[in-house]
Design a protein around this ligand. Structure first.
Ligand code: ZN
Length: 342
């Protein structure tokens, strides 16, 4: 089978790989689509994401949908063979203090598809076949096609970030960064009842996707005279992954408001307007991955055809490198999917 393997910065290869065999409790999935994530792009361009560095070749990909091919043991319970499924990419340990506390997304010993956070790295799902624990399969709700379902993982990330913000119903939410995650935060905030969502980005094309996702106001981040800048927001979600975005959130959130840092900042230290946190009693919260939001994401996707507009291209696996280049060019793309059946 073919898979998409990162060997180091700029060294992405579509290569023949051994077809994996499911063990007890595991399922074999024929992958149909895989969404290219910002973290996949970081591995490709820089050989790491945040503070997680590539130390061995790794199959990328954690936004994966497909159909069930079989199970490794007759007693593995899961959707019937042939069922269309989305793959929850996390395997939390279930026993650490965070898992015991119901916060499995920050499990200290989790395995996450296509992540170099631990060594040996957890190989990902950008391959024609992937083996995962059977209990990580989710059958798609009625009416949800695989193509739109490929947004389930990033939408789960967005839903978790909005949940971390607390109550957003009736509130003004500011989102910095209109990449795929920022756009999905917009959709998640609107679904949670936000009265107004304002989005900032440098690129007009990205802001058009944010509007399609439901943003009420879009702002050019590099234009201080843009009339869309709010006086203040109740809640801010930082989804650009740059320090300037965090500064914008801290500067514009109201006194006593909540800022959620969702974007992964560059490795190491980032400048930080800490005195604003003090003098305005801003609550700064991190948001990392997700847990049960995956099921909510599938329901939301099934109910809302407009999500289709955020999938800007579907590219055959053999053209993975051009798919990555397209996904990295936010002037030309929102979410780019790799097609493993072509
Ligand atoms: Zn754990």
């Amino acid at each position: 089978m073919l898979g998409c393997v990162i060997h180091g910065p700029g060294d992405l290869r579509v290569a023949e790989l051994p077809t994996p065999e499911p063990g007890p409790g595991e399922a074999l999935v024929a992958v149909r689509y895989g969404g290219v994530c910002g973290s996949d792009l970081h591995y490709w361009r820089h050989g790491g994401v945040g503070d997680f560095l590539l130390e061995e070749p790794m199959v990328l990909g954690h936004e994966v949908v497909g159909t069930v091919l079989g199970y490794g043991s007759p007693d593995a319970s899961g959707p019937a063979v042939g069922t269309a499924v989305a793959v929850h990419p996390a395997t939390p340990c279930g026993v650490c203090p965070e898992c015991a506390d119901g916060r499995r997304n920050i499990c200290r010993d989790t395995r996450y598809l296509g992540s170099a956070a631990r060594f040996p790295h957890v190989q990902g799902g950008f391959a024609a076949r992937v083996v995962v624990p059977a209990d990580q399969l989710r059958p798609l709700p009625a009416g949800l096609a695989l193509r739109r379902a490929a947004l389930a993982e990033p939408l789960s990330v967005a839903l978790h970030a909005v949940r971390r913000a607390g109550q957003v119903a009736g509130k003004h939410v500011l989102v910095t960064g209109a990449g795929p995650i920022g756009c999905l935060v917009v959709a998640a905030a609107k679904a949670a009842g936000a009265a107004q969502v304002t989005v900032t980005d440098l690129l007009p094309a990205a802001l058009r996707y944010a509007t399609a996702a439901g943003a009420d106001t879009v702002v050019r981040a590099d234009d201080p005279s843009d009339p869309g800048w709010p006086a203040e927001a109740d809640v801010a979600v930082e989804a650009s992954g740059v320090a300037a975005g965090l500064e914008t959130c801290l500067r514009l959130v109201r006194r006593g408001g909540v800022v959620v840092q969702l974007g992964m900042l560059p490795p190491g230290q980032s400048p930080f307007a800490g005195n604003l946190v003090v003098s305005r009693e801003i609550e700064l919260r991190g948001a990392f991955r997700f847990d049960t939001e995956f099921d909510d994401a599938l329901e939301l996707l099934a109910a809302e055809p407009a999500f289709d507009g955020l999938v800007s291209a579907v590219v055959p696996l053999r053209e993975a490198e051009s798919a990555f280049a397209l996904a990295a060019d936010r002037g030309r793309s929102c979410k780019v999917l790799l097609d493993f059946a072509s």
